[in-house]
Design a protein around this ligand. Structure first.
Ligand SMILES: Nc1ncnc2c1ncn2[C@@H]1O[C@H](COP(=O)(O)OP(=O)(O)OP(=O)(O)O)[C@@H](O)[C@H]1O
Ligand SMILES: [Mg+2]
Length: 329
């Protein structure tokens, strides 16, 4: 049986554009659930990785699938359990940080309309969250010079480098973390924007508020990771506004998809640093002649399992607990 991502998600899916085919030789249901398909609830939106369903006017079911994207294209293969790693790490940090956030519970027993099998299959990958108006800015914090910020810096400067001194090299630790927001593009790539542009969009009060909260959370999480031999080089947060006008942390937090985590031993300023994220997949894709438009090439089995291992290793190092235990809960 051949199954496309679009088949699993129904006709309202934004993913349909890609028409990416999955070699569906496993049971339809298992695959559909790893793709976040919950036919009994009303589907609100699809991101590249998540499926969002309405529970009621105040609550959403936020499902992390096993999809993986690279260069903004959703790859054909899924990474088994990746969605559970993302949900497990987000939940871990929501608990640890104790900052106002959207998580209500990961216990799905009160979610109406799910059958027992769905409830079991969604456990570990889904959260019940508060429904909010998303503030359309990606709140990026960087403690090290890398990625798009390094490219701007190397090429003469850009929005993320406006507060940086000269003379830095790739992967240098910054004297203090910097807040470098980007747009939340509905199509195409997110774009870094200047402090002035962000202040204009948010207003000064909200700008200060989001900057302060983002840097504070980055520093606390960074200390937690550092104690476990892991560098939190940078990360991205999203915030939303509740009906009673409270600004809260939303989305996934401090996962390998939203953050750049480095094993401390591999960090050397002036050099590329391998991270616990999809860099491993990107490196493999770079060995092919793929032009970064759909359809992407099929990932070999060893790249799928190597990627899965890195996500699980990140979970275990950062939470100090076994992923098998997480799956048993
Ligand atoms: N509590 C919430 N209420 C409403 N929307 C939320 C909430 N938390 C997160 N979101 C939104 O849900 C989506 C999560 O989906 P996902 O992570 O798959 O998207 P993405 O691939 O990162 O990017 P995009 O949003 O551009 O599709 C994001 O658009 C995020 O802004
Ligand atoms: Mg996202």
């Amino acid at each position: 049986m051949n199954l496309t991502v679009a088949d699993c998600l129904g006709s309202s899916s934004a993913l349909k554009e890609g028409e990416q085919e999955l070699s569906g030789d496993t049971a339809y249901r298992v695959l559909a659930l790893s793709l976040g398909h919950v036919p009994t609830l009303s589907h609100i939106a699809s991101g590249k990785v998540r499926e969002i369903y309405e529970i009621d006017a105040e609550r959403l079911l936020f499902v992390a699938t096993d999809r993986i994207s690279a260069y903004d294209v959703i790859l054909t293969q899924t990474i088994p359990d990746k969605g559970r790693v993302l949900t497990g790490l987000s939940r871990f940090f929501f608990d640890l940080l104790d900052a106002p956030n959207h998580l209500i519970t990961t216990d799905l027993s009160d979610v109406p309309g799910l059958d027992d099998d769905e409830r079991e299959d969604l456990t570990g990958r889904a959260m019940v969250v508060r429904r909010v108006e998303v503030i359309p800015i990606e709140c990026v914090v960087r403690g090290y010079l890398y990625g798009s910020s390094w490219r701007e810096y190397r090429d003469g400067g850009g929005p993320t480098t406006e507060h940086l001194p000269s003379g830095l090299q790739l992967a240098d630790e910054l004297v203090e973390p910097i807040f470098t927001p980007s747009t939340k593009a509905t199509t195409g790539h997110d774009e870094n924007i200047t402090e002035a542009q962000t202040r204009q969009q948010l207003g000064d009060d909200l700008y200060e508020d989001l900057k302060q909260s983002s840097i504070d959370i980055y520093q606390r999480a960074g200390r937690h990771a550092a104690e476990r031999g892991v560098i939190l080089a940078d990360t991205k947060f999203e915030f939303g506004r509740t009906a009673d006008d409270e600004v809260i942390l939303i989305d996934e937090v401090l996962t390998p998809d939203s953050s750049r985590y480095w094993p401390r031993d591999s960090w050397e300023p002036g050099h590329d640093v391998p991270s616990y994220d999809k860099q491993y997949v990107r490196d493999w894709l770079d060995t092919t002649d793929w032009d970064k438009t759909p359809p992407p090439p099929d990932l070999p089995d060893e790249v799928v399992s190597g990627t899965r291992n890195r996500y699980i290793e990140a979970y275990e190092k950062i939470t100090d607990s076994s992923f098998d235990d997480y799956l048993q809960r």
